[in-house]
Design a protein around this ligand. Structure first.
Ligand SMILES: Nc1ncnc2c1ncn2[C@@H]1O[C@H](COP(=O)(O)OP(=O)(O)O)[C@@H](O)[C@H]1O
Ligand SMILES: O=C(CO)[C@@H](O)[C@H](O)COP(=O)(O)O
Length: 584
């Protein structure tokens, strides 16, 4: 195979790398699992926390070590980097990395005989200047910026106006409120910051050997980018920057954002050519966010949806419609002007499902505490909404071990029975069950209820974006399951029952990671595209349904889909009740 392309995904719990050929077929993939491989950083599920302030963050040094390690693992698998013509990548969204004034000098003069972390991390006792003005990168699970979010939501009048301008209302994890809090909490470190990267552009910078621009899709996760005007929003920049250093200084820290998502930022840093054997001509193509990158792994058509089951659960669509609302996100499509990415993002995705899995394994005395078998079996053998008969009340719950994004509510678990437009609460987790009846056996009934809850939330919020499918009511055409949880057949089955999908539910056949794959495809397109060739056309010309995706199960089930439709009103009431009880 001649030309090859490399894609990365630097996400919450792992760094993954994928090599593909010009035919877009997988050649090699490798990963670094942060908890398993880099536990010396004291992380849990990839992050450090400061619960007193709601902070969640990760050491930048961990990212650096993971880069060296994933390249080594690809080589151990036989990857021949001398064939790589282009590299792109993706990073978990919203996280920022703060570079020091020495960053560019250090990045540009790396010694190929030493590791990245040895050369870029500052000495703990200040004996060595490092490339970072702050050793940590705030993580998307951070919830420390309520005060800042209130200011952002008020800045243009109300949250709706902010969403119209930037694609999203204010969210704790968004980089604008995060930068504002950073400059307030660490004024000296902020002053010493020469440049600010997103996680995606940080990773690009390492490979480029200088600070790389942010990408046109990922920049929309900041509450700072005016989507319609295609430029930084001055008023919002002023808010984030504060009065000490001001707008122009922050603009310089953030840099210019090229419009072309296929743009090459230049050739690879000599460090990687010398140390790992990449050709000096390898192009570094704009790195984007992990969600924008995921939509590039598949030729999405109108009404197609991706359910991404990573640490977060996200629901993604590619659409020409720009209909922002404070409840969800619109971002620039990472490759194609005039298209947008619609996204719902849940903080309580994979980890919340794991809590229920663990509770079920505990009561059943499972030999493998991390096995999904009992969870899956319980979920599939419990009747839809817990209704053994149509006259039974519906079981509707919310499972938020961490503060949630959709809806914006504090952590908690809620279980209700819904009948005749009335909600009756069930004892909360840990509390003594009030009744002897079997209306909601805890934790067994939770297996199905948590999946139903997650998919009902997606259906509630995406129903206006999908179209009727032939004679079937408005619903997704295809649902693609991606991310770590996509291997779970019970989760796919529940997604189908609740969301529908006239053409069925699918998963990727190539590679375990859609996000890194999308990045590798972007690298290939960026290097190989003919003048004016759109990403969609490039992908379509090389895409083969067979071998690239696999149907997991049917989507729409007559009767069941309608039963879940009837549950939406009750589910909406459950969310309102949770917000009323716990507050935002
Ligand atoms: N068989 C499975 N069933 C359900 N969830 C799974 C399964 N295997 C892995 N997962 C989930 O996948 C998540 C990690 O997915 P991944 O996409 O790698 O995350 P990230 O990109 O956020 O690092 C874990 O939180 C785990 O709960
Ligand atoms: O905050 C968001 C999207 O807005 C998250 O989706 C992050 O981008 C992290 O993703 P994963 O680690 O779960 O892939």
């Amino acid at each position: 195979m001649a030309d090859q392309f490399l894609g990365f995904d630097l996400s919450t719990q792992q760094l993954k790398g994928i090599v593909v050929g010009s035919d877009l077929k997988l050649i090699h993939e490798a990963k670094v699992d942060f908890d398993a491989d880099l536990s010396k950083y004291g992380i849990e599920k990839g992050v450090l926390t400061n619960p007193a302030e709601g902070e969640v963050f990760a050491p930048v040094a961990l990212f650096l070590e993971a880069i060296d390690l994933v390249l080594q693992r690809l080589k151990d698998l036989g990857a021949d980097f001398s064939k790589v013509q282009g590299i792109s990548g993706a990073g978990m969204q919203h996280g920022t990395v703060f570079w020091s004034e020495d960053a560019e000098t250090l990045l540009g003069n790396l010694d190929a005989g030493k590791t990245l972390v040895e050369q870029l991390e500052g000495g703990a006792k200040g004996e060595r200047k490092g490339a970072f003005s702050h050793p940590f990168s705030p993580n998307w699970q951070d919830a420390s910026t309520q005060k800042q979010c209130e200011r952002f939501d008020a800045a243009l009048g109300d949250p709706k106006t902010l969403a119209e301008a930037t694609g999203s209302s204010a969210h704790h994890r968004f980089s604008g409120p995060q930068i504002q809090r950073f400059q307030e909490k660490y004024p000296e470190a902020y002053k010493a910051t020469a440049r600010i990267s997103l996680v995606s552009s940080f990773l690009a910078s390492i490979f480029l050997g200088k600070v790389a621009p942010m990408d046109i899709g990922d920049v929309c996760g900041a509450d700072l980018w005016d989507i319609k005007k295609g430029q930084w929003h001055e008023e919002l920049l002023a808010l984030a920057a504060g009065s000490r250093t001001g707008v122009e200084d922050l603009k310089a820290k953030l840099g210019d954002v090229p419009e072309d998502g296929g743009a090459s930022f230049g050739t690879i840093s000599p460090y990687f050519s010398k140390r790992h054997g990449f050709p000096p001509s390898t192009q570094i193509i704009a790195f984007t966010g992990d969600n924008p990158s995921t939509i590039l792994a598949l030729p999405l058509r109108s009404s197609d949806a991706i359910v991404s089951l990573g640490t977060s659960t996200t629901f993604l669509m590619s659409t020409p419609q720009y209909r922002p609302d404070p409840a969800y996100h619109f971002m620039n499509h990472p490759t194609t002007a005039g298209l947008y990415m619609f996204m719902l993002c849940y903080k309580n995705g994979g980890l919340a499902r794991e809590h229920t899995r663990d509770a079920i394994n505990k009561v059943t005395g499972a030999s493998d505490a991390k096995s999904w078998d009992n969870f899956n079996e319980t979920a599939l053998t419990t009747p839809a909404l817990g209704q053994a008969a149509p006259s039974d009340p519906m079981r509707l719950g919310l499972y938020f071990p961490r503060p949630e994004i959709v809806p914006n509510v504090k952590e908690g678990t809620w279980r209700f029975l819904w009948k005749d437009n009335t909600l009756s609460p069930i004892a909360p987790e840990g509390a003594q069950a009030k009744t002897e009846d079997k209306s909601w056996p805890i934790p067994q009934a939770d297996a199905r209820a948590i999946l139903e809850s997650q998919f009902l939330s997606l259906r509630l919020r995406s129903q206006s974006l999908v179209e009727p499918q032939g004679s079937l009511p408005a619903q997704p055409r295809r649902i693609y399951m991606v991310g770590g949880g996509a291997v779970n057949p019970a989760i796919a089955e529940l997604a189908a029952q609740v969301l529908g999908g006239s053409d069925g539910v699918y998963k990727l056949e190539i590679g375990g990671n859609a996000c890194a794959l999308g990045a590798a495809y972007k690298a290939a397109w960026g290097v190989q595209r003919k003048s004016g060739e759109k990403f969609e056309d490039y992908l379509e010309a090389r895409w083969h349904e067979e071998g690239f995706v696999k149907k997991i199960c049917e989507g729409y089930r007559k009767g069941v889909w309608e039963q879940y439709g009837e549950a939406l009103k009750g589910f909406d009431e459950v969310e309102k009740q949770a917000i009323k009880e716990k507050g935002q």
